[in-house]
Structures are given as C-alpha cells and as structure tokens.
Design a protein around this ligand. Structure first.
Ligand code: NAP
Length: 268
C-alpha cells in the first residue's frame, strides 16, 4: 500500500499504518508528500501549530494602493481576478475582515463567483461592537463570529439575536487580542483563514507576525496615494523588512496574482 503522507492528527497518526503492517501489508509512505501537505496545509497547521494557516488577500494597483483616499476600492482588479479570489474564499474555513471594511463597504464576503458546497464562516474584528445589525455579512445558515474587546451588553445581545457568536478577547490596550483570536479560531477547527480587511487590520496582523502568506492581485494601473496594503512601519532600516518568498506568480485575466509567503512560515 502506498500513502503520500501520515495524518498529523495526534489522535490517529501512524495507527492505521501500524495496523496494516501488523496484518502483514507492506506500507510505503512518502511519494507526493509535499503536494499532499500543500493541499491540506490548513489542517497540518491546526494539528501541529494549533492555529489556522493564515492567508491575507489584497487587491491593489501596481503602485500598491488598495483604496482611494475617498475609501473607494470597488473594483480595482478585474472580474477574472475577483472570481479567482472567490475560489480562495471557497477553500477556506473562514473569511475574516475588520470593522473598517464592514462600515466602508458593507460586504457580503461570501462565495458567489464559483460553485461551493458550503459558505465559509465569517469572522469580524470589531473591538467596540459597531457591526450594524442589518450588515450584509449576516447571511442565513452561515456562522458569524465577532471578536470584541469593550463591553456593550445590549449590542452584544442584539448581535447574538442576529445569529452571531460574540467573543470578548481584550488585550492590555483595549483592542482585540489578535494572537489569542488565532488560538481561539484553531480551537474552533478553522484550518484555513482567509483575510480580506483594510490596511489597518492588515497592518496589525502583519506586525503581530500572524500572517503566513499574502495573496496579492495587482491590476495594471496606477492609483497614486491612498491606502496601502498593510499599515505597518515606518521602518528605520531596510534590514527590518518582513522577508517574503514568492511561492507562485500567475496572470489572471489582465491582472497578476502573486502568492508570497513569509520566509520560513511553512516549516512546521
Ligand atoms: N483592496 C482591497 O484588497 C481591500 C480589501 C478590504 C478592504 N479594503 C478597503 O479598506 C478600507 C477599510 O480599511 P480600514 O483600514 O479602515 O479597515 P479594516 O482594516 O478592515 O478595519 C480596521 C479596524 O480593525 C480593527 N483593528 C485594527 N488593528 C487592530 C488590533 N490590533 N486589534 C484589534 N482591532 C484592530 C480596528 O477596529 P476597532 O476600532 O474596533 O479596534 C480598526 O478600526 C475600505 O475603504 C475598503 O474598501 C480594500
């Protein structure tokens, strides 16, 4: 019997192989291991690190602008790139956004452009429970988790009545503890987490070292100043740069798709 890789789940890992071998069946483990791990990288991440594989998606102009100073960002990239983005949403267990994006765009953040057997859960980082009760992200039969930091019992109850799970996770500065949120999402069996937020939350997550890879769509246009991809820095020296490695680069319609991983983050 040939298996590409052992199951990383400590509850079962290696036991099946041991039984087969005990029954006299020859077992070879290994061919295609790298490909299998890539296909299931979220599951491997949760089993081994106890946190999801975190992918941050951004759509930008060639000069790195993700929204105009007016807040307008729909749409910077092509319909083909947006459909491709939906395929990445579809393979994730949850899509995470920030309250800034909810208030600016009122997005649904569901999978529409490709077929899917289920909608990923939605996660909102919303320290002060500002999510409107009529926000489009409330979709029937889709689980919604809101991470908050400040008490507001009436709004919490109203959001829960809307079907949301509200989790209080304050850090010492009164914002959501983002690292603790990743641990909590791991406990909730989120394997792959797909982030589509604005530059503030993107910056906070990046600075906190919580992002594994960036999924970046670049449109062949210049937009000049506006919001960048992730508000972190300014750095004092080039040596402080967050080092990435290109994992893949592809053309999607008229746009470019770059997957760049934080160096070493997939070594677990
Ligand atoms: N082109 C793209 O790919 C793309 C994608 C999504 C959004 N956008 C654009 O981005 C704009 C919105 O950006 P934004 O930066 O205002 O919104 P955002 O990043 O989605 O959300 C910002 C909020 O996240 C919370 N946050 C940030 N750091 C935090 C931390 N360390 N701990 C806890 N909470 C934290 C803060 O909420 P609290 O104040 O509650 O703490 C902050 O106000 C919109 O114009 C939208 O169109 C562009």
């Amino acid at each position: 019997m040939v298996a590409s890789i052992a199951d990383p789940n400590p509850l079962v890992s290696g036991q099946g192989f041991a039984r087969l071998r005990a029954a006299g069946i020859e077992v070879e483990v290994g061919p295609g291991a790298a490909e299998s791990r890539e296909l299931n990288i979220g599951f491997f991440s949760r089993m081994i690190r106890k946190t999801p594989w975190v992918r941050m998606k951004m759509a930008a102009s060639l000069d790195g602008t993700t929204a105009l100073p007016t807040g307008q960002s729909q749409w910077i990239t092509s319909p083909e790139a947006r459909a491709d983005g939906h395929a990445w949403r579809a393979r994730s267990c949850a899509v995470l956004t920030g309250i800034g994006t909810v208030l600016a765009d009122n997005p649904r953040l569901d999978v529409r452009a490709v077929a899917t057997p289920r909608q990923p859960q939605i996660v909102v980082v919303d320290s002060h429970l500002q999510t409107p009760l009529d926000a489009h992200l409330f979709i029937a039969d889709r689980a919604c988790i809101i991470y908050a930091a400040g008490q507001n019992d009436a709004k919490k109850a109203a959001l829960e009545a809307r079907g949301a799970t509200v989790v209080m996770l304050p850090d010492s500065s009164g914002k959501v503890d983002l690292a603790a949120m990743m641990q909590d999402l791991g406990r909730r069996e989120i394997n792959e987490l797909h982030i589509e937020a604005g530059s503030k939350l993107n910056g906070s997550l990046t600075r906190a070292g919580l992002v594994d890879e960036f999924l970046i769509y670049l449109a062949p246009k210049l937009l000049g100043p506006g919001q960048g991809m992730a508000a972190f820095g300014p750095l004092q020296a080039l040596s402080e740069a967050l080092e990435l490695q290109f994992h893949s680069t592809d053309s999607i319609g008229p746009d470019l798709r770059i997957i760049a991983r934080v160096a070493g983050r997939d070594q677990f």
